[in-house]
Ligand binder design. Sequence first.
Ligand code: NAI
Ligand code: MG
Length: 366
Amino acid sequence: ASYKLLLLPGDGIGPEVMGEVTRLIDWVNTSGLATIETETDLVGGCAYDAHGESVSDATMKIALEADAVMLGAVGGPKWDGVPYDKRPEAGLLRLRKDLELFANLRPAICYPALADASSLKRELVDGLDIMIVRELTGGVYFGEPKEITDLGNGQKRAVDTQVYETYEIVRIAAVAFELARKRGNLVHSAEKRNVMKTGVLWNEVVTQVHKDRYSDVKLEHILADNCAMQLVRAPKQFDVIVTDNLFGDVLSDEAAMATGSLGMLPSASLGAEDERGRRKALYEPVHGSAPDIAGKGAANPIATIASFAMALRYSFDLGEAADRIEKAIADVLDQGLRTGDIKQDGCKTVGTREMGDAIIASLKSA
Ligand code: NAI
Ligand code: MG
């Protein structure tokens, strides 16, 4: 099979970590697993410098036609002064919006070799592998009215509005159940039906989708605050957690801390299925452009490499190749290689390139 992948390295350490992904693409192509055709373009501050816009219409057109998009990171102090709608992050927001990416997938995986770097005790996180599915385009971040009014007596009144409609909950629930079928077959749906109408509807709709299409998957409903507690008390009880935009923002950051480092965390954002059953998709590390270490060859490429593995699994039907890459990541960590962000006594500190070299060597020797 042949796939089109758009690479948007972006700013700061983005091009450095994306450089290691291009070497993995060569590995996929030369080992005959598939043909991945790439195009590389600008997003973020570098696009603003070149075109006066953080993502150009021409780039958007390529993104819309691609089978998947990979992004490094955007932003940095250099662009602090640029107008709000042209700032580097605006390019990322436009990509998410125009590709209609409503499902944000945030895995929290704790590699055994890094279990001591977790904020939680080793026995709680060793071997942890959970997936948080966050609704990304609705909810309280976007609902109207959204305003601050001056009440005139030295008081102000701020309003945010949480709105969800049935179709938004149906499609995010379907993503979660489909993922669970390929994983541990368990979904926890987190909301606050005890105090929120959107929680009542969320609970009803998820229950219905489960009954109609996914009754083979085990479904548990959990109140979002209890979910937050359980994530630090016994995170391994979870497989897939599906939740709204706000709770998902908080719970995914909480789960991230169980895993050790920002430099290790991949993500995927998926859109609706097209006629061919393909979803638009954007894959990116959770971390930013890390201006403090940019240009030094010191960045950890694992978050971006793991994001590429997600692209292989969810956009390219290459789940086995994805498994092999994840195994290679675990191997090099077991060998004791560490970038600066996950530095550990008794381990060897390496740079971006050496980490990429070791992952490729492990893949080729497997
Ligand atoms: P950051 O994630 O860039 O960095 C936070 C800390 O983690 C820094 O000390 C950095 O050196 C370290 N770090 C991050 N990724 C690493 C990696 N792969 N390897 C080793 N160390 C790593 O977040 P920060 O500092 O808040 O933001 C810096 C810039 O990035 C800002 O302009 C911000 O707007 C942008 N940003 C962009 C994001 C994106 O492109 N999706 C997400 C978050 C921030
Ligand atoms: Mg957050």
